[in-house]
Design a protein. Structure first.
Length: 443
């Protein structure tokens, strides 16, 4: 068996599969995954082993590039049989793995070149010579160390970003452009260097080319994950903007309705009192009816229409669900904010608090909100009990609802509004009390 045959049949396949697994461990697996895995991997190894390499083409860079492209394609097809993901996501993960493998390969050969060690001794560059196992123990140790460290850093810096199938959203055509560039760098250019440029034996030149290739792979990895991450952030921003547009429309409707209800209920109180005075109703019936509509006529007067509206709206819901909502607020200090921003900010805060206290016993269904000026800052504080595990991501609580594509944007909207007005958002949990603290600069 020649070194090229050994490399493409076993060594390259093993390096590639291990690197690809760094980015696939959290993907959605198909049924009978552990039964499929050995069978699929065996097929990949067999296909790679028997890929024809005629002697006349063994030194042809384009043909060798085509061979490695086919072996990579085998792993892509294998991954499709193992994971329930779309093609674009699978190709993305496979390309990321291939880039990591090639980075380790280039780094290993760069070290051997600089140190003047024959790369063909243990497990180095592929060639036409016979396979020699562990002839150079130092090179073998370097091989194991470099690949281990490279793969570990790749998993730490990039692999952990693919935590679940919701984390990676790729719908951008630029990914395909990056994929094409990646193939050019990883396969064709590398093969040309191995077969044509390396023959000159210029250590300095080979070192420069090796460093350049490694840097290209690192840059491509950063670009790939930057595009994927940015796409996710764009989707979240679009969802927040849509949520805020709906909140703006809801605010206008709620404002009109609550003003009308308050006016009608105020008149109705006087009419009931007049009916009671005429003797048509007894005093107890009058008091009961007055109490029933008291909530509508006792709206919070904070000096800010938007805050009054949202508090009234949420107070109605709280009374219905047995939640005690208290508010001490100087609404006039919120004059620097747009009305629908106020509605959105406090609406999302109170909604989240209501969701948290509803499963609790009645004595703990308490929400406290305060808005007050402290020197040149406006302090917004909200406190409520909770009785569940809260996971935080980037300082914000993660929604516990199963469909995360349509939930969990309330706090992102709060964060967005805070950043718009230069505010600082802080969320803490202590002794089963959820605390939200916001500071806005005011003049």
């Amino acid at each position: 068996m020649t070194q090229l045959e050994f490399y493409k049949s076993y060594q390259f396949v093993a390096e590639l599969i291990i690197a690809e697994l760094l980015f696939c461990v959290k993907l959605d697996r198909r049924s009978y995954f552990w039964l499929r895995l050995p069978a699929v991997l065996a097929v990949v190894v067999v296909l790679a082993r028997f890929f024809p390499v005629p002697s006349v083409l063994a030194q042809n860079a384009l043909y060798i590039s085509f061979m490695f492209f086919c072996i990579f394609a085998y792993t892509v097809l294998a991954s499709k049989l193992l994971f329930k993901e779309d093609w674009l996501k699978i190709v993305f993960c496979m390309l990321a793995g291939y880039t990591v493998q090639h980075t380790a390969y280039e780094l290993y050969n760069l070290v051997l070149t600089v140190m003047g060690i024959n790369a063909n001794a243990p497990m180095g560059s592929y060639g036409s010579g016979e396979v020699v196992f562990f002839e150079n123990p130092f090179a073998t140790v370097m091989y194991i160390a470099i690949y281990t460290v490279t793969y570990f850093l790749a998993a730490l810096l990039f692999g952990r970003k693919i935590e679940s199938r919701e984390k990676l959203k790729i719908t951008n055509s630029y990914i395909f452009v990056l994929a094409v560039l990646l193939f050019i760098i990883d396969i064709i250019i590398n093969a040309i260097i191995v077969y044509y440029i390396a023959a000159d034996g210029n250590v300095l030149y080979l070192s420069i080319v090796g460093v350049y290739n490694i840097l290209c792979c690192i840059v491509v990895l950063f670009l790939m994950f930057e595009v994927a991450t940015r796409r996710k952030l764009q989707d979240e921003l679009s969802a927040v903007k849509l949520l805020r547009q709906r909140e703006k429309e809801q605010y206008n409707i709620s404002k009109t309705n609550i003003e009308l209800i308050n006016m009608k209920c105020h008149d109705l109180k006087h009419q009931i009192r007049n009916i009671g005075a005429s003797g048509s109703l007894n005093e107890q019936s009058v008091r009961e009816m007055e109490n029933l509509i008291q909530i509508y006529d006792s709206a919070l007067r904070t000096g800010n229409t938007a805050l009054d509206t949202i508090f009234m709206e949420k107070l109605l819901r709280c009374n219905k669900d047995g939640v005690r909502l208290s508010c001490i607020a100087d609404g006039q200090k919120l004059s620097f904010m747009r009305e629908y921003d106020i509605y959105s900010l406090f609406g999302n805060l109170i909604d989240n608090a209501i969701e948290a206290v509803l499963p609790l016993e009645e004595s703990k269904r308490v929400i406290s909100l305060s808005v007050r000026a402290v020197n040149n800052l406006l302090s917004v504080n909200l406190h409520n009990f909770y009785d569940s595990k809260i996971k935080f991501e980037n300082g914000l609580p993660v929604t516990t609802k199963p469909d995360k594509n349509y939930h969990g944007f309330g706090m992102k909207s709060v964060e967005y509004i805070c950043s718009r007005y230069g505010g600082d958002l802080s969320i803490k949990t202590e002794n089963n009390v959820f605390n939200v603290n916001i500071l806005f600069p005011i003049t």
